[in-house]
Design a protein around this ligand. Sequence first.
Ligand code: HEC
Length: 118
Amino acid sequence: MKKLCLILSLVLVGLQRNALAADVEKGKTLYAQRCAMCHGDSGEGNGPLAATMPEGQKPRNLAAGANKYASDDAKLTELLQKGGAAVGLSVLMPSQADLKAADLADLVAFVNSLRKKQ
Ligand code: HEC
C-alpha cells in the first residue's frame, strides 16, 4: 500500500510538472498565427507586412534578440499583454491581451527558442 501511494504521488507530480511547463510547440502555433506576418517565420523581422512599415519601426529581428525593452521573460510577457505603445515602443507592435497567461508563457518560450538559434 505504501509503495502504491508513492508511485501515485510520483505520477501526480509528473503530471503537474507537465501542466506547468511552457509548451514551445503551442507557442510555435500561436507565433505562426499572430507574429510571423510581421516578424517572419524564423523571427528575422522579414514577414510580408514588414515591407509596409516605416524605417525605424520595422518588426524586430527576434533571432538576433536585440530587444530595446523586452530584455527578460517578465518584460516580454508585459510587452505581449500591453502592446508596444504601452512600453515606449511602436504602436505597430500589437497587444495580445486576449491570450491567457498559459498561452503567453508558450509564446515567450517559443520566442526564446528563436533567439537561442543564433
Ligand atoms: C503588425 C506587425 C507585428 C505583429 C503582428 C507583431 N509584431 Fe512584434 N514588433 C513589431 C514592430 C514594428 C516592432 C518594433 C517596435 C519598435 O521598434 O518600436 C516589434 C517588436 C517586437 C519585439 C521587440 C521588443 C523590444 O523590446 O525591442 C518583440 C519581442 C516582439 N515584437 C514580439 C512579437 C510577438 C511574440 C508577436 C506575436 C504575438 C508579435 N511581436 C507580433 C510588429 C509586429
